[in-house]
Design a protein around this ligand. Structure first.
Ligand SMILES: [Fe+2]
Ligand SMILES: [Fe+2]
Length: 279
Protein backbone atom coordinates (compact mmCIF):
# COMPACT_ATOMS: atom_id res chain seq x y z
CA UNK A 1 0.00 0.00 0.00
CA UNK A 2 1.22 3.47 -0.85
CA UNK A 3 2.14 5.49 2.19
CA UNK A 4 0.88 9.07 2.36
CA UNK A 5 1.47 11.93 4.75
CA UNK A 6 -0.76 14.91 5.45
CA UNK A 7 0.41 18.48 5.96
CA UNK A 8 -1.85 21.07 7.58
CA UNK A 9 -1.12 24.62 6.45
CA UNK A 10 -2.67 27.67 8.14
CA UNK A 11 -2.65 31.07 6.39
CA UNK A 12 -1.37 34.44 7.65
CA UNK A 13 -1.99 34.81 11.39
CA UNK A 14 -2.77 38.44 12.29
CA UNK A 15 -1.90 39.85 15.72
CA UNK A 16 -3.06 38.58 19.11
CA UNK A 17 -6.57 37.54 17.98
CA UNK A 18 -5.01 35.49 15.17
CA UNK A 19 -2.48 33.92 17.52
CA UNK A 20 -5.06 32.98 20.15
CA UNK A 21 -7.31 31.51 17.44
CA UNK A 22 -4.37 29.52 16.04
CA UNK A 23 -3.51 28.31 19.56
CA UNK A 24 -7.06 27.15 20.13
CA UNK A 25 -7.50 25.30 16.83
CA UNK A 26 -4.14 24.10 15.47
CA UNK A 27 -3.78 20.84 17.34
CA UNK A 28 -7.54 20.13 17.20
CA UNK A 29 -7.48 20.45 13.41
CA UNK A 30 -4.33 18.35 13.18
CA UNK A 31 -6.15 15.58 14.99
CA UNK A 32 -9.42 16.04 13.11
CA UNK A 33 -7.77 15.87 9.67
CA UNK A 34 -5.20 13.24 10.66
CA UNK A 35 -2.39 15.62 9.73
CA UNK A 36 1.22 14.72 10.47
CA UNK A 37 2.67 18.24 10.69
CA UNK A 38 1.55 21.88 10.90
CA UNK A 39 3.00 24.73 8.86
CA UNK A 40 1.84 28.31 9.39
CA UNK A 41 2.43 31.69 7.77
CA UNK A 42 3.37 34.02 10.62
CA UNK A 43 4.22 37.24 8.76
CA UNK A 44 1.54 39.25 10.59
CA UNK A 45 1.77 37.64 14.02
CA UNK A 46 3.41 40.57 15.84
CA UNK A 47 0.97 42.46 18.06
CA UNK A 48 0.46 45.26 15.53
CA UNK A 49 0.04 42.77 12.69
CA UNK A 50 3.34 43.66 11.08
CA UNK A 51 6.13 41.11 11.12
CA UNK A 52 6.97 38.29 13.49
CA UNK A 53 8.93 38.15 16.73
CA UNK A 54 10.85 35.46 18.62
CA UNK A 55 7.90 35.47 21.05
CA UNK A 56 5.32 34.71 18.36
CA UNK A 57 7.61 32.07 16.86
CA UNK A 58 7.76 30.38 20.26
CA UNK A 59 3.96 30.57 20.50
CA UNK A 60 3.59 28.82 17.13
CA UNK A 61 6.10 26.16 18.15
CA UNK A 62 4.37 25.63 21.47
CA UNK A 63 1.13 24.99 19.60
CA UNK A 64 2.62 22.44 17.25
CA UNK A 65 3.93 24.33 14.21
CA UNK A 66 6.95 22.68 12.61
CA UNK A 67 7.85 25.58 10.30
CA UNK A 68 6.78 29.23 10.17
CA UNK A 69 6.76 30.85 6.73
CA UNK A 70 6.58 34.59 6.07
CA UNK A 71 6.32 37.25 3.37
CA UNK A 72 6.63 40.97 2.72
CA UNK A 73 6.26 41.92 6.42
CA UNK A 74 9.14 39.71 7.49
CA UNK A 75 11.65 42.53 8.13
CA UNK A 76 9.35 44.89 10.04
CA UNK A 77 10.29 43.63 13.49
CA UNK A 78 14.03 44.13 14.03
CA UNK A 79 14.18 41.36 16.64
CA UNK A 80 13.54 38.85 13.90
CA UNK A 81 16.65 39.76 11.91
CA UNK A 82 18.98 37.99 14.33
CA UNK A 83 16.46 35.23 15.17
CA UNK A 84 16.04 34.23 11.52
CA UNK A 85 19.81 33.75 11.19
CA UNK A 86 19.87 31.37 14.13
CA UNK A 87 16.63 29.44 13.79
CA UNK A 88 15.89 26.70 11.27
CA UNK A 89 12.13 26.79 11.88
CA UNK A 90 11.37 30.22 10.39
CA UNK A 91 11.91 31.04 6.72
CA UNK A 92 11.58 34.07 4.42
CA UNK A 93 10.90 34.19 0.69
CA UNK A 94 13.84 32.68 -1.16
CA UNK A 95 13.87 35.39 -3.86
CA UNK A 96 14.78 38.26 -1.53
CA UNK A 97 18.12 39.58 -2.77
CA UNK A 98 21.26 37.67 -1.82
CA UNK A 99 22.64 38.82 1.52
CA UNK A 100 19.28 39.07 3.30
CA UNK A 101 19.35 37.18 6.59
CA UNK A 102 17.73 33.78 6.84
CA UNK A 103 16.85 31.09 4.33
CA UNK A 104 13.97 30.47 1.94
CA UNK A 105 13.56 26.82 2.78
CA UNK A 106 13.60 24.39 5.69
CA UNK A 107 13.80 20.63 5.95
CA UNK A 108 11.74 18.73 8.51
CA UNK A 109 11.23 15.06 9.25
CA UNK A 110 7.61 13.89 9.02
CA UNK A 111 6.82 10.22 9.78
CA UNK A 112 10.40 9.35 8.83
CA UNK A 113 10.32 11.26 5.51
CA UNK A 114 12.27 14.42 4.73
CA UNK A 115 9.94 17.25 3.76
CA UNK A 116 11.09 20.58 2.32
CA UNK A 117 9.11 23.73 3.07
CA UNK A 118 9.83 26.58 0.65
CA UNK A 119 8.72 30.23 0.73
CA UNK A 120 8.74 32.42 -2.40
CA UNK A 121 7.37 35.89 -3.12
CA UNK A 122 5.52 37.28 -6.13
CA UNK A 123 6.53 40.45 -7.97
CA UNK A 124 3.26 41.64 -9.53
CA UNK A 125 1.79 44.64 -7.61
CA UNK A 126 4.60 44.29 -5.04
CA UNK A 127 6.79 47.26 -4.09
CA UNK A 128 9.96 45.42 -3.08
CA UNK A 129 12.54 44.82 -5.80
CA UNK A 130 12.71 41.07 -5.62
CA UNK A 131 14.47 38.52 -7.79
CA UNK A 132 12.40 36.42 -10.18
CA UNK A 133 10.40 33.87 -8.14
CA UNK A 134 10.18 31.45 -11.07
CA UNK A 135 13.93 31.34 -11.71
CA UNK A 136 14.56 31.46 -7.96
CA UNK A 137 12.65 28.33 -7.15
CA UNK A 138 13.81 26.59 -10.32
CA UNK A 139 17.44 26.74 -9.20
CA UNK A 140 16.57 25.96 -5.57
CA UNK A 141 14.73 22.81 -6.64
CA UNK A 142 17.93 21.42 -8.16
CA UNK A 143 19.38 21.41 -4.66
CA UNK A 144 16.23 20.35 -2.79
CA UNK A 145 15.59 17.39 -5.12
CA UNK A 146 18.89 15.88 -3.98
CA UNK A 147 17.33 15.59 -0.49
CA UNK A 148 13.63 14.90 -1.07
CA UNK A 149 10.76 14.95 -3.54
CA UNK A 150 8.21 16.00 -0.89
CA UNK A 151 8.17 19.77 -1.32
CA UNK A 152 5.58 22.19 0.05
CA UNK A 153 5.65 25.75 -1.35
CA UNK A 154 4.09 28.88 0.21
CA UNK A 155 3.87 31.42 -2.64
CA UNK A 156 3.29 34.80 -0.99
CA UNK A 157 1.90 37.01 -3.74
CA UNK A 158 -0.77 39.54 -4.60
CA UNK A 159 -1.85 38.74 -8.17
CA UNK A 160 -4.05 35.71 -8.78
CA UNK A 161 -2.63 35.20 -12.30
CA UNK A 162 0.95 35.14 -11.04
CA UNK A 163 -0.03 32.57 -8.45
CA UNK A 164 -1.84 30.33 -10.91
CA UNK A 165 1.09 30.65 -13.31
CA UNK A 166 3.41 29.48 -10.54
CA UNK A 167 1.10 26.55 -9.90
CA UNK A 168 1.47 25.38 -13.50
CA UNK A 169 5.21 26.15 -13.54
CA UNK A 170 5.70 23.84 -10.58
CA UNK A 171 3.04 21.27 -11.50
CA UNK A 172 4.54 17.81 -11.21
CA UNK A 173 7.75 19.21 -9.67
CA UNK A 174 6.55 19.86 -6.12
CA UNK A 175 3.89 18.44 -3.81
CA UNK A 176 1.93 21.64 -3.21
CA UNK A 177 1.82 25.34 -4.10
CA UNK A 178 -0.37 27.32 -1.72
CA UNK A 179 -0.88 31.06 -2.01
CA UNK A 180 -0.79 33.49 0.90
CA UNK A 181 -0.75 37.29 1.40
CA UNK A 182 -4.19 38.54 0.33
CA UNK A 183 -5.79 37.18 3.52
CA UNK A 184 -8.90 36.35 1.46
CA UNK A 185 -9.44 32.63 0.83
CA UNK A 186 -10.13 31.43 -2.69
CA UNK A 187 -12.28 28.41 -3.55
CA UNK A 188 -10.08 27.01 -6.33
CA UNK A 189 -8.26 24.26 -4.47
CA UNK A 190 -7.39 21.41 -6.82
CA UNK A 191 -4.77 18.85 -7.70
CA UNK A 192 -3.28 20.15 -10.96
CA UNK A 193 -2.95 17.78 -13.97
CA UNK A 194 0.62 16.67 -13.18
CA UNK A 195 -0.11 16.08 -9.49
CA UNK A 196 0.65 19.27 -7.55
CA UNK A 197 -1.90 20.45 -4.98
CA UNK A 198 -2.80 24.09 -5.54
CA UNK A 199 -4.85 26.96 -4.11
CA UNK A 200 -4.56 30.63 -5.09
CA UNK A 201 -4.94 31.90 -1.53
CA UNK A 202 -5.43 29.99 1.67
CA UNK A 203 -6.88 32.99 3.52
CA UNK A 204 -5.92 34.15 6.99
CA UNK A 205 -6.53 33.96 10.74
CA UNK A 206 -8.09 37.00 12.40
CA UNK A 207 -11.25 39.03 12.81
CA UNK A 208 -14.08 38.06 10.47
CA UNK A 209 -15.67 41.53 10.35
CA UNK A 210 -12.49 43.38 9.44
CA UNK A 211 -10.56 44.43 6.35
CA UNK A 212 -7.93 41.69 6.15
CA UNK A 213 -7.46 41.79 9.93
CA UNK A 214 -7.55 45.55 10.51
CA UNK A 215 -10.44 47.63 11.87
CA UNK A 216 -12.59 48.66 8.92
CA UNK A 217 -13.03 52.26 10.21
CA UNK A 218 -9.36 53.16 9.77
CA UNK A 219 -9.10 51.48 6.39
CA UNK A 220 -12.25 53.27 5.15
CA UNK A 221 -10.77 56.61 6.20
CA UNK A 222 -7.97 55.97 3.76
CA UNK A 223 -10.24 54.94 0.90
CA UNK A 224 -12.87 57.64 1.41
CA UNK A 225 -10.67 60.64 2.18
CA UNK A 226 -7.16 59.59 1.09
CA UNK A 227 -6.09 60.18 4.69
CA UNK A 228 -4.05 57.67 6.58
CA UNK A 229 -4.36 58.61 10.24
CA UNK A 230 -1.52 56.56 11.70
CA UNK A 231 -1.15 52.79 11.55
CA UNK A 232 -4.16 50.56 11.03
CA UNK A 233 -5.42 48.84 14.18
CA UNK A 234 -5.66 45.06 14.50
CA UNK A 235 -9.32 44.17 14.96
CA UNK A 236 -9.91 42.16 18.14
CA UNK A 237 -13.71 42.32 18.07
CA UNK A 238 -16.39 39.76 17.29
CA UNK A 239 -16.05 36.46 15.48
CA UNK A 240 -12.67 35.18 14.27
CA UNK A 241 -11.96 33.21 11.10
CA UNK A 242 -9.26 30.61 10.62
CA UNK A 243 -8.41 29.41 7.12
CA UNK A 244 -6.12 26.62 6.03
CA UNK A 245 -5.69 23.58 3.85
CA UNK A 246 -4.80 19.96 4.45
CA UNK A 247 -2.71 18.37 1.71
CA UNK A 248 -2.23 14.61 1.39
CA UNK A 249 1.00 13.58 -0.35
CA UNK A 250 2.19 10.28 -1.79
CA UNK A 251 5.59 9.71 -0.16
CA UNK A 252 6.94 7.69 -3.11
CA UNK A 253 6.16 10.17 -5.88
CA UNK A 254 6.04 13.35 -3.80
CA UNK A 255 2.82 14.25 -5.62
CA UNK A 256 -0.48 15.23 -4.05
CA UNK A 257 -3.38 12.85 -3.54
CA UNK A 258 -5.81 15.51 -2.28
CA UNK A 259 -6.17 19.05 -1.01
CA UNK A 260 -8.96 20.06 1.32
CA UNK A 261 -9.91 23.61 2.31
CA UNK A 262 -10.55 24.38 5.97
CA UNK A 263 -12.52 27.35 7.31
CA UNK A 264 -13.51 27.85 10.93
CA UNK A 265 -15.64 30.70 12.27
CA UNK A 266 -15.06 31.07 16.02
CA UNK A 267 -17.36 33.19 18.18
CA UNK A 268 -15.53 32.59 21.47
CA UNK A 269 -11.93 33.71 21.02
CA UNK A 270 -12.54 37.47 21.22
CA UNK A 271 -14.03 36.94 24.69
CA UNK A 272 -10.78 35.29 25.78
CA UNK A 273 -8.57 38.23 24.79
CA UNK A 274 -7.15 40.19 27.72
CA UNK A 275 -6.91 43.98 27.86
CA UNK A 276 -3.20 43.59 27.12
CA UNK A 277 -3.99 41.54 24.02
CA UNK A 278 -6.23 44.35 22.78
CA UNK A 279 -3.76 47.19 23.21
FE1 LIG B 1 1.95 39.68 2.93
FE1 LIG C 1 -0.19 38.69 5.41
Amino acid sequence: MVKTIKLLFIGDVVGQPGLITFGKWASKLKEQYGADAIIVNGENSAKNGRGLSPKTLDFFKHHGAAVITSGNHVWENRELHSAIKQREDVIRPVNYPAGCPGKGYAFIEVCGYTVAIVNIHGRVFVRDLLDCPFRGIESLLTFIKTKTNIIFVDFHAEATAEKRAMGFFLDGKVSAVVGTHTHVPTADEQVLPEGTAYITDVGYVGALNSVIGMQAEGVLQKFLYAQHLGKFTVDCRGAMELNGVCVEINTETGLAVAIERIRIIDHEVSGLLTQEDRT
